[in-house]
Ligand binder design. Structure first.
Ligand code: TSX
Ligand code: MN
Length: 598
């Protein structure tokens, strides 16, 4: 199995602490996967879907209290509180370990403890990193097998001395002999902990079986722990999609994009261009690890092997490639079940049938039901290799060279459709002030204000956000300007006074990608404005687009009064960083203010 002393002693230690009935080392084989699925079906925790319509697909339903990441139960436990910064929950590591050790004590009674060696990134690639997740949840094993590379091949690379990030997970529901085991065991909210011991690169998760709380390779490792490793080792761990775009002439470039949740990252990563001759292929839809190559350019890998996407809103119209992915070998969680054992969700692109079983397992009738049939955060877990437009380079060991970085949020006003930063530092400034306007959909008393989510990393930062900005600025000093990716602020969500989205978005975003592509080659025109370089109306390819030139001019306009207010708001927001706000960003804000009144 393994002769890695650190791994063997950690597994022994956890076995003693959690006291499982059995231990299973995951080899990652098809046989193992199939027998775990069979066992889950026999126990009634997985529902096989119609083999004619969804071969190899299964539906799981979570406990209604365990349906999403829990930010208030997510902790950055560094020795010094100041290392966690103003945006993270912090608990002293000694105290947190004491509390959680009590919870973990005997927590796997009546259960099997699975040991999952996994690689984030292609197995053996110089940009990849190894983790080992210990879990008592078969659902986690099944999903980790799709989302990461798991099994014996990872242990082979780990070898006897290799380093790995230990990731401990328990659903927090020990069973006494004869005790009934529910479909989705989990612990009450106040016992849930998603903890990151960042100094020793260790993850402890307790009490939740859902998504990012439980599939520890993703947000916990590839973003929170990796961001700390990246800071210390001079690379970047970012909440970004990666796409490849190819022009009609056959020239390809790679672009990453940081967007907060509900902006359509997965849709952009799999975009179907509406402009003739252009092609977009997917490298990743959620996380990018970027490192300098020997040539001084930034190279990105997708550390994941699958997509854990939000189902509602995904349709053959909005994202045909995602729909093709989920036709087979896919795990669905909390979607609705049809009478012929297919799936349905709000926004799937066709009417609900008269009767469904909703995400809670109850009858749902189109005529009378008032609640959504699928949970708004219901998910598909699907292999990236099944994506019809997956780029062959998605498994490139040395990653792909990045030419541009997109950043963007949901802003109904102020932020134009696309804006090119003047410089790396100016781009970091734009990233630091990213955010989405708070709408009625967000439960908040601050409707209309901007919720800042710098680089879409706020929920995923492993250290002080001010130090993170400094790290971005440092990256910009490590190579020459011509080798750095250019940074573009985009906004698909500008609204007209009637509250209607002006830009059609989706496949039409290829027009923006084309402009970015041509800017990099020094071919597309732009005008310098106080906030950045904006396209002229004529520099955008608008052929066949049903939007008037005046509306285009509108979403490319810079309203100085709105921006003066924006700059004031940025000044207030910057105060939370106190002495950790890099001087370069304070200078960028000052320069912006000056340009606005020139
Ligand atoms: O994903 C989106 N993208 C990026 C696509 C590559 N969405 C969905 C966001 C929620 C996940 C968008 N929504 C985009 C977008 O570009 N734009 C919008 C806003 C919008 C919504 C509907 C229409 C137009 C714009 N049009 C009609 O409904 C007809
Ligand atoms: Mn994400």
């Amino acid at each position: 199995m393994t002769d890695n002393k650190k791994l063997i002693s950690w597994v022994n230690e956890i076995q003693e602490l959690c006291q499982p009935d059995n231990i299973h080392w995951c080899d990652g084989s098809d046989l193992e996967y199939n027998s775990m699925i069979t066992a889950a079906v026999e126990k009634g925790i997985a529902i096989p879907l119609n083999p004619e319509k969804r071969p190899g697909c299964y539906l799981f339903r979570s406990h209604p209290s365990d349906v999403a990441r829990v930010e208030k139960r997510t902790f950055i436990s560094s020795k010094n509180k100041s290392d966690a910064g103003p945006t993270n929950n912090w608990i002293d590591p000694t105290e947190l370990k004491k509390t959680m050790s009590t919870l973990y004590s005997g927590c796997m009674h009546g259960r099997t403890m699975y040991v999952i060696p996994f690689s984030m990134g292609p197995v053996g690639s110089p940009l990849s990193k190894i983790g080992v997740e210990i879990t008592d949840s078969p659902y986690v094993v099944i999903n980790m097998r799709i989302m990461t590379r798991i099994g014996t091949k990872v242990l082979d690379v780990l070898g006897s001395e290799g380093e790995f990030v230990p990731c401990l997970h328990s659903v927090g529901y020990p069973l006494s002999p004869g005790q009934f085991d529910p479909e989705w065991p989990c612990a009450p909210m106040e016992q849930k902990y998603i903890s990151h011991f960042t100094d020793e690169r260790l993850i402890w998760s307790y009490g939740s079986g859902y998504g990012g709380n439980a599939l520890l390779g993703k947000k916990c490792f590839a973003l929170r722990i990796a961001s700390v490793q990246a800071r210390d080792e001079g690379w970047m761990a970012e909440h970004m999609l990666i796409l490849k775009i190819t022009s009609p002439e056959g020239v390809s470039k790679y672009i990453t994009g940081a967007f907060p949740s509900a902006c359509g990252k997965t849709n952009l990563a799999m975009l179907v261009p509406t402009i003739p001759g252009w092609k977009v292929e997917t490298v990743g839809d959620d996380i990018a690890w970027m490192r300098f190559g020997k040539d001084g350019r930034l190279y990105a890998i997708n550390p994941e092997a699958g997509f854990f996407g939000v189902a509602p809103g995904t349709s053959y119209q909005s994202n045909p490639n995602a729909m093709a992915c989920v036709e087979k070998n896919t795990i669905f969680t909390n979607v609705a079940l049809t009478d012929d054992d297919d799936v349905w969700w709000e926004g799937i692109g066709y009417e609900a049938p008269d009767h469904l079983i909703d995400w809670k397992g109850n009858d749902w009738y189109k005529a009378t039901s008032t609640e959504p049939a699928a949970h708004p955060n219901s998910r598909f877990t699907t292999p990236a290799s099944q994506c019809p437009v997956i780029s062959p380079d998605w498994i490139a060991e040395d990653g792909v060279p990045i030419s541009a970085i997109l950043i963007g949020g949901r802003r109904p006003s102020t932020i134009p459709l696309v804006n090119e930063s003047f410089s790396w530092n100016h781009g970091v400034f734009l990233g630091s002030i990213m955010g989405s306007e708070i709408t009625a959909a967000t439960i908040s008393d601050q409707i209309g204000k901007v919720r800042r989510d710098p680089f879409a990393m706020l929920p995923f930062m492993g250290y002080h956000i001010g130090d993170y900005f400094s790290h971005w600025l440092d990256i910009g000093k490590k190579t020459s300007v011509d080798k750095l990716p250019r940074i573009y602020n985009v906004n698909w969500f500008r609204k007209n006074p009637e509250g209607k989205f002006i830009w059609p978005g989706y496949g039409e975003n290829s027009r923006i990608l084309k402009w970015v592509f041509e800017r990099i080659d020094g071919k597309a025109e732009a005008i310098k404005t106080p906030i950045g370089n904006l396209p002229t109306v004529d520099s955008l390819d608008l052929g066949g687009l049903n939007v008037s030139k005046s509306e285009i001019a509108d979403i490319l306009s810079v309203d100085k009064d709105k921006w003066i207010k924006e700059a004031e708001d940025i000044g207030n927001y910057y105060q939370i960083f106190e002495d950790k706000l890099p001087i370069e960003l304070a200078n960028e804000l000052d320069s912006l203010k000056k340009r606005l009144v020139e």
